[in-house]
Design a protein. Structure first.
Length: 533
């Protein structure tokens, strides 16, 4: 006997809120969650999903639903473009084999492995009648892509090694296109019942992805040429926005991959337009704009994911959800460890410990939820696929999101973060001790403290400062990366002091605007020339 699944009807009985108030409410919630996550030292994305689930369960108000149009029109282009804009092509190319293996043949293999595991398990559990391999393939394609929103945000916050971040970002940016194309092909076959040839499917895939990339290159190249002719931060920010959303919309209009188009446009703008057409000051402004856009869109999309989840429906269907989650995770592990094995003798070999992180960092998110909701109402087992998808997404974000940090520390992949925290703590102790000594000296000069008391207290603070200096020196000498971070942080701080001095001189009328502009341009160039460790 087949199990019955709880449906996901749209709730129309919740308090309706005007759009402008809804906009303010969502950002207010996101800000409060960000502050709470910082205080609790919890991953921001996990906290946002938890907040969305909580608010959705108490039915505080009617949120906007995470539809395909909303995701494709507002969220996905901006998030993909920002990540691709900051992805250095040189480093991407140095890891091209690993990224492409994970994002294209790896995704295809993961789809196949997930389906082969899930189909017999689902039938053995008797969750529904006649759950075929084709239905399992549709589900596998829905969950094939790791979420670029979740993965990039989590790994940046954890301070992962640069090459690992390149692998994660590059794969996440490219495997969306692969999964969406194969989802479209497989679901089309499931609906029409038409026979599909391997050659025909391959040609369709190459056409959709190739034309999407071509559109991205054309749009971004045209934008880059305009950027080279102007030197105005506001105009150039607008042009990059056109590249991000225009390439996506144009590719989708002609039924090609908007995801690939936007990723390509982002890489071209970040690696060609920014280097050949943007001055240092303008580039800093453009990058600051896109960093904020990514933060804002990340905040809202993860809240909306939480709002969409119905805990009662998931708890009632825990068996198929668990089976689906294990199938997807096993397939992901086979994919990452398989690619690691194949690349072991190449220049792009991946440490085995990284394979565990690539497996566990394969979070799923909003794209999977939107794809499953886009299935036609008459699609076989649609209710089951929705339930399993929402369950896997929630488990993925919460379970993996909360444990990825401890796992990376356990594998000593982010060990330098411990050194960094200890280093910062000792610097704080040293600053506090020296501030106390300065105040004590001032009190002595003013006659506000007796000499004997002053001597006793001074010796305590001097010992505190001496011990802190010794520990700082030990940490500094033991960690080359920590020394590099300290050097870069100091350089940036001093350059910002220079900028503040120039701006203050202009404000006081001690320096003319033209001279100040040239000086600020030079400082921005030096600031931009400092590379992250």
């Amino acid at each position: 006997m087949a199990l019955r699944f709880v449906e996901y009807p749209a709730r129309t009985d919740l308090p309706h809120m005007p759009f402008e108030l809804l906009f303010v409410a969502l950002f207010s919630i996101a800000t409060a969650v960000a502050l709470a996550a910082r205080w609790l030292r919890a991953p921001y994305t996990v906290a946002l999903v938890a907040a969305g689930v909580l608010l959705g369960s108490v039915q505080a108000f009617e949120p906007p639903h995470l539809t395909k149009d909303l995701l494709y029109t507002v969220f996905l282009p901006g998030l993909l473009f920002e990540a691709a804009f900051h992805l250095e092509f040189r480093k991407f190319w140095q890891n091209k084999l690993a990224i492409l293996a994970l994002a294209v043949p790896g995704v295809i293999a993961a789809i196949a492995i997930t389906a082969v595991i899930l189909a017999p398990v689902a039938n053995a559990l008797h969750v529904v009648e006649h759950f075929t391999l084709l239905h399992a393939l549709v589900f596998a394609a829905i969950l094939a892509a790791t979420d670029p929103i979740a993965v990039v945000a989590l790994f940046k916050s954890l301070g992962a090694p640069k090459r690992l971040m390149i692998l994660v970002e590059g794969e996440s940016l490219l495997n969306d296109g692969t999964s969406v194309v194969f989802f479209t092909l497989i679901s089309g076959i499931a609906v029409t019942g038409a026979e599909a040839s391997v050659f025909g499917s391959l040609m369709d895939f190459l056409r959709v992805v190739g034309m999407g990339a071509l559109i991205g290159v054309m749009v971004s190249f045209a934008v880059s040429k305009v950027i080279q002719q102007v030197e105005d931060a506001m105009i150039e920010i607008t042009l990059t926005t056109i590249a991000a959303y225009g390439s996506f919309a144009l590719a989708e209009q002609f039924h090609f991959s908007g995801v690939i188009a936007t990723v390509t446009a982002g890489m071209v703008c970040g690696n060609y337009a920014a280097r050949t057409g943007m001055g240092p000051t303008t580039r800093i402004a453009v990058e600051s704009f896109w960093e904020y856009v990514a933060f804002a869109l990340n905040s809202i999309v993860f809240l909306l994911i939480g709002f969409e989840v119905r805990l009662s429906a998931l708890l009632a269907s825990w068996k198929p959800i668990l089976a689906a989650y294990l199938s997807v995770t096993i397939a992901r592990a086979v994919l990452t460890y398989g690619v690691t094995f194949l690349l072991r003798s190449t220049k792009e070999r991946i440490p085995w410990s990284w394979s565990a992180i690539l497996t566990w960092g394969g979070l799923r998110g909003g794209l999977s939820m939107v794809l499953v909701l886009a299935l036609p109402a008459t699609f076989p087992h649609r209710e089951l696929l929705i339930t399993m998808t929402f369950g896997v997404v929630l488990i993925s974000i919460v379970l993996q999101g909360l444990t990825i940090g401890p796992l990376m520390r356990r594998l000593k992949i982010v060990g330098v973060q411990h050194d960094r925290i200890a280093y910062d703590k000792e610097r704080g102790v040293l600053r506090a001790a020296k501030a106390a000594l300065e105040t004590l000296e001032s009190m002595k000069v003013q006659g506000a403290v007796h000499a004997d008391v002053e001597n006793d207290i001074r010796s305590d603070y001097e010992r505190m400062a001496h011990d802190a200096e010794a520990r700082i020196q030990s940490l500094y000498m033991d960690a080359a990366e920590l020394r590099n971070q300290a050097l870069i942080a100091t350089k940036r701080h001093l350059l910002m002091i220079e900028k503040d001095a120039i701006l203050d001189a202009v404000k006081r009328g001690l320096l003319g605007n033209e001279a100040a502009e040239e000086l600020l341009h030079d400082i921005d160039a030096r600031l931009f020339g400092i590379e992250d460790p």
